[in-house]
Every structure is written in structure tokens, then in C-alpha cells.
Write a protein that binds this ligand. Structure first.
Ligand SMILES: Nc1ncnc2c1ncn2[C@@H]1O[C@H](COP(=O)(O)OP(=O)(O)O)[C@@H](O)[C@H]1O
Ligand SMILES: [Mg+2]
Length: 347
């Protein structure tokens, strides 16, 4: 028996993640890729998880959904979805929740689609796996969903194979599939990274509409602060497997506390013109879980490091805003201005 948690209230967070820590077995010692990650997702909220490649975004998400390989992965901490501790659920029940209540959109739409079946068959199959509905009914619903995600000529698209669609169309088909069960929570892992800028904007619009029309909560993973700025209500900034800063979008954009966040903000790509390949304002690359420096993991790349940074940093907290950094609050505005200019409010 899974111990019940307090009765769910409609205004309670739909998802509560507490102290999530994930380690992988390797040829040598086990490595800890995620350390003490905690956050809530409220009903109808868009939470963005942002960080460079390798910061632990995907591993966090897969562990929350129970999709890591139990033979090589050790997970601790609690994940409470709608009042239920889901990490302890039997596989069968977890699969039901994943299909019906939590939908996943991954970075590469091809991984979600089977090449040998038509788009329509795959969406209909998904619908029928969770709902008793006739084959014809499911197909009709698939056509409707393809229309809802803005695919042109849905009644024709439904009979196409994945390779007959463009990247943007495939991603829409995957989103249609994810929507087929009206999920309470949609988890999108870099859903627009493979798409060009115009299609990216359309897919982001679609996600926003989904929240508006169905009240779905969304976890949107991205490495692009520009996307965060357009979409997020709340933001988690991850670095080397930890949440280094978290807060409302307003707190993160108007009064960012962590030097890593400053770097991410300084590297928001220009609206026009080519996107820079690397983060202009943060030199070096992130550590791997096997090579974490002692103390603050960001210190080796941080222009503002000082002696204390060789120790584990404290977590400053104020009004739901948190940061894992030694820089005292009164010094932040002055240091930040050297990266971002002084126009931000220091509120
Ligand atoms: N199965 C695994 N075994 C060992 N290390 C892994 C495994 N999966 C991911 N990692 C490591 O965990 C870290 C975080 O990866 P990931 O969550 O995929 O980053 P992100 O999604 O932020 O780009 C990376 O350093 C990655 O190499
Ligand atoms: Mg990833």
C-alpha cells in the first residue's frame, strides 16, 4: 500500500518534487547527476527549467516520470502528483498516469513516432489505449486533434507516415498525440530545439493555448532564456545537477541573483540574425557529474568567485526566490551590472 498524502485541494500544486537525487552506476564509482532538486508546479502554471546542455534537465524529468533504467539508476526524494507518491507506484499504474494524466513531448519528435505506421494510426492507438472508443471514433478524434494543433488538411495528414512530414509538422503531430488524453500536466523537453525560428514560435503559441483552453500545467525544458522569457510563470535554473536559482519569471528577469543566471540572460540570442553557437558571456564548459569541483560547481567559470566559493554555497531565500551562491544580497546589483548593465531594478 502506498501511504496516501493529504487530500488533494484544487489549488494545491499538481506536482511536488522534494529532494530529488539521482545517481547512475558506471564502470567506476556511481555518479550523482541530480542533487536535491525541489520544486512545485501549480495548476495551470508554466514552469521552465533552464540550463546549458548537461545540467541535468532531462535526467530530472525522466526520474520524475519513472522512466530511468532501474538497473543502473538510484533515485531518492519524493515526487507527489495530485497527492499521490508516484515513484513508489507499481509500473502498471505509473504507465497509466503517464499516458492519461501526464504527457511527455521529447526533443526529437521521431523518437515518439514509429516510422512504419501513419500518424493517424498512432494517435488513434494512443487514444484507444486509454479510452474505450471505436476505431472510427478514435480516427475522427485524431483528425480533430491534428486540426487543433494547426496541421493543414488534417483529414489528409492523418494518413501520412512520419517521414512524409516536415520537422515542424512532426512535432505538431507529437503534440497532438500528447493532447489526445487531455493531460493535466504536459512535460515538454526542448520541444522546439530542432525547429526553425518561425515554427518554434508557432509551437510555443500552441503550448500557451493549451494552458489557456484546458488549464493544463506545463513543464517546459529549454536551454534558451529567450524561450523562458516568452513562456514561463516560474523558472528553475539548473547547473551541474542542482537548482542554482529559482523564482517567478519576474524575479529571474528583473532581479536575478546568481552569476550563472546573469550569464544566461546576457546570452539571450538576438531576435534577428544568426544565433550564437556558445554562451558569449560564460567561458568554459559545465563539469560532468564525475568531475564536480569541490564547493560551488559554477565557481571555476564564475568571474565573481572569491575564497568562500571552494565550500558548498548557502541557499539564500526571499519571498519564494532562491539562489545557491555566496554573493551577499547587498553586493548583487553592483556585480550584476558588470554583466547585464545597470538598467535592471534591484528591487
Ligand atoms: N544513463 C546515464 N549514465 C550516466 N550519466 C548520465 C546518464 N544519463 C545522463 N547522464 C549524465 O547526467 C548529466 C545530465 O544529463 P541531462 O539531464 O541529459 O542534461 P540536460 O538535459 O540538461 O542537457 C550529464 O552529464 C549526462 O552525461
Ligand atoms: Mg536534455
Amino acid at each position: 500500500m502506498i501511504p496516501p498524502v493529504a487530500n488533494p485541494d484544487p489549488t494545491d500544486p499538481i506536482l511536488r518534487v522534494g529532494g530529488l537525487t539521482v545517481s547512475f552506476a558506471t564502470d567506476r564509482d556511481p555518479v550523482t547527476a541530480i542533487r536535491d532538486v525541489s520544486f512545485d508546479v501549480n495548476p495551470g502554471e508554466i514552469l521552465s527549467i533552464v540550463g546549458e546542455s548537461g545540467s541535468g534537465k532531462t535526467v530530472s524529468l525522466l526520474s520524475i516520470l519513472g522512466l530511468t533504467d532501474p538497473r543502473t539508476t538510484t533515485t531518492s526524494g519524493s515526487v507527489i502528483f495530485k497527492g499521490k507518491r508516484i515513484l513508489e507506484l507499481p509500473d502498471r499504474e505509473m504507465r497509466r498516469i503517464r499516458g492519461r494524466e501526464i504527457a511527455l513531448i521529447s526533443q526529437d519528435p521521431m523518437t515518439a513516432l514509429t516510422p512504419v505506421y501513419t500518424i493517424g494510426m498512432q494517435i488513434a492507438e494512443q487514444i484507444r489505449a486509454h479510452q474505450s472508443i471505436s476505431r472510427r471514433g478514435a480516427r475522427k478524434r485524431a483528425v480533430e486533434l491534428l486540426g487543433e494543433v494547426g496541421l493543414p488538411n488534417p483529414s489528409e495528414m492523418v494518413d501520412r507516415f512520419p517521414h512524409q512530414l516536415s520537422g515542424g509538422m512532426r512535432q505538431r503531430a507529437v503534440i497532438a498525440m500528447a493532447l489526445s488524453c487531455n493531460p493535466a500536466l504536459l512535460v515538454a523537453d526542448e520541444p522546439t530545439t530542432a525547429l526553425d525560428v518561425t515554427v518554434q514560435a508557432q509551437v510555443l503559441d500552441l503550448l500557451r493555448r493549451l494552458r489557456k483552453d484546458f488549464g493544463s500545467s506545463i513543464i517546459l525544458i529549454t536551454h534558451d532564456m529567450g524561450v523562458v522569457g516568452e513562456m514561463a510563470d516560474r523558472v528553475l535554473v539548473m547547473y551541474a545537477g542542482r537548482v542554482v536559482e529559482s523564482g517567478t519569471a519576474e524575479q529571474i528577469f528583473d532581479d536575478p541573483w546568481h552569476p550563472y543566471t546573469w550569464g544566461l540572460l546576457a546570452s539571450i540570442p538576438p531576435l534577428r540574425g544568426p544565433r550564437p553557437e556558445r554562451l558569449a558571456s560564460i567561458s568554459g564548459t559545465p563539469p560532468t557529474p564525475a568531475n564536480l569541483p569541490p564547493g560551488c560547481a559554477f565557481a571555476p567559470r564564475c568571474r565573481f568567485r572569491f575564497e568562500p566559493c571552494s565550500n558548498p554555497p548557502p541557499r539564500y531565500k526571499d519571498d519564494g526566490h532562491t539562489a545557491l551562491c555566496f554573493i551577499p544580497p547587498e553586493d548583487r546589483p553592483r556585480l550584476r551590472a558588470t554583466v547585464l548593465g545597470g538598467e535592471r531594478s534591484a528591487a
